[in-house]
Design a protein around this ligand. Structure first.
Ligand SMILES: [Zn+2]
Length: 203
């Protein structure tokens, strides 16, 4: 089952995490797993054309591979956040390895924002990142499932009708998501603009 909206039980478990934007008239667009040499510039063009600032949660290894794309994100006025070095699943990674991944990525990605890959993180890892590393841990309220190539883009657009003010949306600037992103991102942005939402990227 694809849960486009994050379950309340998860929101309850990490109450110090950020699950919603503060401004109920705004939408918070986020993109995970880049930078990617083709997909990230595609996203940046759409954002520029529609005058939107977003947040990109970057994987450290991809920043090392594509530094010029990473700098383009910053130059175009977007925010970046830490998404670990190699997209580790917190529940399957020993804590010392997880923390060294987060800290190594911090050296490449200067940001107070962190998003755990897959949204999977233990309470202990959460506490360390939140209390010791002093990062804001950003989850989401609406997941596009753009990375699921079997999911028809029509369905993603249909689910986007249920987006509400204050929602934090996640898309992916990755190869897997490319097709769905091309078929949905701008359509969804235009739908939301028609509903008079603004787009924000400050958490
Ligand atoms: Zn991710």
């Amino acid at each position: 089952m694809r849960l486009f909206r994050s379950p309340y039980i998860a929101r309850f478990a990490f109450r110090n995490g950020i699950w919603k934007g503060r401004d109920k008239r705004a939408i918070y667009l986020t993109f995970d797993d880049g930078p990617h040499p083709e997909v990230t510039p595609f996203v940046l063009d759409i954002l520029k054309r529609n005058n939107i600032k977003a947040t990109f949660f970057c994987v450290g290894n991809n920043v090392e591979k594509y530094p010029e794309v990473y700098y383009q994100i910053l130059e175009e006025g977007h925010q970046v956040g830490n998404h670990t070095m190699s997209h580790e699943n917190g529940l399957k990674t020993p804590k010392s390895k997880y923390f060294s991944s987060v800290e190594k990525a911090s050296k490449l990605i200067e940001s107070e924002l962190f998003r755990p890959p897959y949204g999977k993180i233990t309470p202990f890892q959460f506490k360390y990142i939140f209390s010791s590393l002093k990062k804001k841990v950003i989850f989401w309220t609406w997941l596009a499932y753009d990375f699921d190539a079997k999911l028809p883009s029509k369905e993603i657009i249909k689910k986007a009708e249920r987006i509400k003010g204050g929602d934090i949306l996640v898309f992916h600037d990755s190869t897997k998501a490319q097709k769905n992103l091309e078929e949905t991102l701008e359509t969804i942005i235009l739908m939301l603009q028609k509903r008079n939402f603004q787009f924000k990227n400050s958490f």
